[in-house]
Design a protein around this ligand. Structure first.
Ligand code: ATP
Length: 359
């Protein structure tokens, strides 16, 4: 179900223009992220979709129909909504929090609870948490309950307002992965608000960058926005390291994978080794590096090795190859196939050369 903003403006009674002539289309079944500094009108834009805020100009269309033609409570029942800190009911159990919307929609108690239990599983929460109260969960777990509750409406549209901002970066990454996984199964139309550009490019099929004054600065794919910012505002907002971030979207064509000498764990290594030598297991999966000048007594064991270096899976974006090369103690990024077996190695120099010669 697509969403269209047509020349939408919101001026609050005090005179603040929170959103100024916003026009964009959110495609059916995609994630669109509204991103921008504090006060640029992201939340106001989101809330005009479910009529928590009414525009003062223009119109919002849901599936081609002006939202003003729908009664707000009916409209909202059909649109999932997730906010920061989850907004859970403190005196209801986790299960009943999630079952709320199905109950409101007239499902029987048992069916609503069964559905709620399924959804807790969908968002990766163990069943034993169902009977707890929200205060007995971690912040990340509460956010998952919030997402499960929003999914319970089984609506094609989901609005998410900074849902993951209150949790630490590691937990946030887990929640983002989970959202992407759930989305790959459910294919909802999701509008997501954040002030974090990393989150925006990670989650969005499209990213709408807004500036204070409620103006849309740029609307495009994450790759577009990172690689071709339309003006200085967008360029500075996406940050100086956008070149590096942008590499997440660049394929690795032209990067030649070089052969790499390896030694298998359990083998005898005679004399001190000359150069960094990659140790692999019987499946040819990398286990660590043998440092130059090191000598091995008897059979090569894990204890002889220096750990380190991320692995680059062949065929994925070039950023992974650069990460692998830069994080490797040997200066050689280890390239693996789908099964994690060593294919060869790349150097950072090679990757930079390829990038420099590209248009
Ligand atoms: N109910 C209101 N009455 C008056 N002004 C408001 C109201 N809600 C928001 N505003 C103003 O409208 C502008 C946009 O606010 P909005 O909350 O949409 O921005 P935002 O981009 O979501 O910001 P943040 O990231 O800080 O939440 C701000 O200047 C804000 O002060």
């Amino acid at each position: 179900m697509g969403i269209e903003f047509r020349g939408v403006t919101k001026q609050y009674p005090g005179g603040t223009v929170a959103v100024d002539d916003l026009s964009l289309t959110v495609e059916d079944g995609t994630i669109t992220v509204f991103v921008g500094p504090s006060g640029c009108g992201k939340t106001t834009s989101l809330r005009m979709i479910n009529r928590m805020v009414e525009p003062t100009g223009g119109s919002v269309l849901l599936d081609g129909k002006d939202v003003r033609e729908s009664d707000p409570p009916v409209l909202r029942r059909g649109i999932g909504y997730v906010i920061q800190n989850a907004g859970l009911f403190p005196h209801r159990t986790v299960l009943d929090n999630v079952a709320t919307v199905p109950l409101l929609s007239g499902w029987g108690k048992r069916k609503a609870r069964e559905r709620a239990a399924e959804l807790l599983d969908t968002v990766g929460l163990p069943a034993e948490l169902a009977k707890r109260y929200p205060a007995q969960l971690s912040g990340g777990q509460q956010q998952r309950v919030g997402v499960a509750r929003a999914l319970a409406a089984d609506s094609p549209v989901l609005l998410m307002d900074e849902p993951f901002s209150a949790v630490d970066p590691i937990v946030r990454e887990g929640l983002q992965d989970e959202l992407l996984r759930v989305q790959s199964q459910l294919g909802k139309t999701i509008v997501f608000v954040t002030h974090d550009i990393d989150e925006a490019v990670r989650l969005g099929d499209k990213v709408a960058v807004m500036r204070v004054g409620g103006k849309l600065a740029q609307y495009g794919t994450p790759a577009d926005v990172l690689r071709h910012p339309v003006d200085d505002f967008v360029a500075s907002f996406v940050g100086r390291d956008r070149g590096y971030r942008g590499l997440s979207f660049v394929d690795s064509t032209g990067v030649e994978v070089k052969d790499l000498a390896t030694v298998e764990l359990g083998e005898q290594v005679s004399g001190p080794v000359q150069d960094w030598l990659l140790a692999v297991n019987a499946e040819r999966q990398p286990r660590g590096w043998l440092a130059p000048e090191s000598t091995v007594e008897g059979e090569l064991a894990e204890a002889d090795l220096v750990a380190g270096g991320s692995l680059y899976q062949q065929g994925t974006a070039i950023r992974g190859a650069l990460d692998a090369a830069l994080s490797s103690p040997a200066g050689l990024g280890v390239v693996v196939d789908d099964d994690g077996r060593v294919v060869g190695a790349v150097t950072a120099r090679q990757i930079l050369d390829v990038l420099e010669t590209r248009p």
